[in-house]
Design a protein around this ligand. Sequence first.
Ligand code: HEM
Length: 431
Amino acid sequence: MLLTNSGAAAGWLKRRYGDAFTLDMPVFGRGVVVSSPELVKQMFTAKPDVLVFGQSSPLGDVLGPGSLFSLDGKRHLDERRLLLPPFHGERMKSYEAIIEEEARREMAAWQDGVEFATLPSFMRITLNSILRAVFGARGPHQRRLAELLPGLVSLASRLTLLPSAQRDLGRLSPGGLFARRRRTYDELIDTMIDECLADPALEDRVDVMALLLRAHYEDGSSMSRSAIADELLTLLAAGHETTATSLAWAVERLTRHPSTLLRLQSEARSGGAELRAATINEIQRVRPVITGTGRQVAADEFQLGEWRVPRGYRVFASATLIHNDERFFERPLEFDPDRFLGRKPDTYTWIPFGGGTRRCIGAAFAQMEMDVVLRTMLCEFELQPTAKRGERWHNRGVAFAPARGGRAALTRIVTEPPQPAAVGDGALAAA
Ligand code: HEM
């Protein structure tokens, strides 16, 4: 993933060198950054043995050998086939109720009219939604995972930026701490797998853990316990913070665009969804929380436009650069959801979820989750607009978040009809 922020430096390089330029990047090494639809398409549609991901992914190193981020070629495609069903169609719809419940539970604690950073709240909503929908966790297991996983994932994402610290050099070293927490996680998942297999309702369960335990590869074999543990951790690491930070950006943008906010509120309260869907696309265009994605050349060379990129080089598609390019988006720096009204985003100029055979497996889940959380918020609260400057970008390791956490003041809408006077009240008044 590309480690630039709002893209000021990358924007300067693009203006100077065009749609492809070479850059030396910490951790990733030398790479070519591309930002035209033609070059992005070549990258996303390259054969999986020419451009690889897993062999070169620092994320895969910490998430384990069974993680999608660690796999390439046929093993990657086989694993994706097993993981895809829960993230599509009717299966995914069954997670909506969980997300709405988690959103309502969290929002019940929001204090009327008091400004606060919304990001921690969104982090809890997306964490608990994944724990229930993906891990199938309830009660004490859910609480234990909620305590353990945010720290484990944040340590993992810091270790991806510092590969030399990954080795276990004793209890107090970052690598040692990670190894200990990872063992605790594996033990808990082992227990949960035992309980899931013993569950008489296993066949009816729709959580991803149960689906993976019932799934089979093409040769009839099933997933190992360690592969399931790696994949569940991967889904959490990839899906929790990314979705929460996108929601915080939604609050940050909407509080600064009151007319869009008003239209969204009245649409949500009358049961509509079209402008909300366009808004979610636009938030991901102007504030992509993962600012780009990369592959590594595994063949002797990779033909990219007029250039031949040698083995070992990285190729990065920059979402920030392509989303901000006025050849593809009119007035690109403006937040304008109407540009996506009734229009699907283009595959190679709107790339917050990457593309090709490695496109984000949870994209539809993330869009649905953002839709449910925003709908709940817009129906139950008035967001107070602000004239303050936009929040800056802040790198949290996995994702770029609004630096102040998407601060906002919200007022609860009172929807309950006024309570009729109790019988006794009337009697007292008459006395
Ligand atoms: C707004 C939220 C999200 C954003 C912006 C996002 C973005 C991305 C990006 C840019 C990639 C790399 C794609 C590529 O290299 O072409 C990716 C991969 C992935 N994402 Fe997401 N993601 C989000 C939410 C989720 C969710 C909710 C899940 C699952 C619960 C998820 C699971 C994954 C997985 C497993 C991969 C690896 C796919 C593979 O290698 O085949 N993501 N995501």
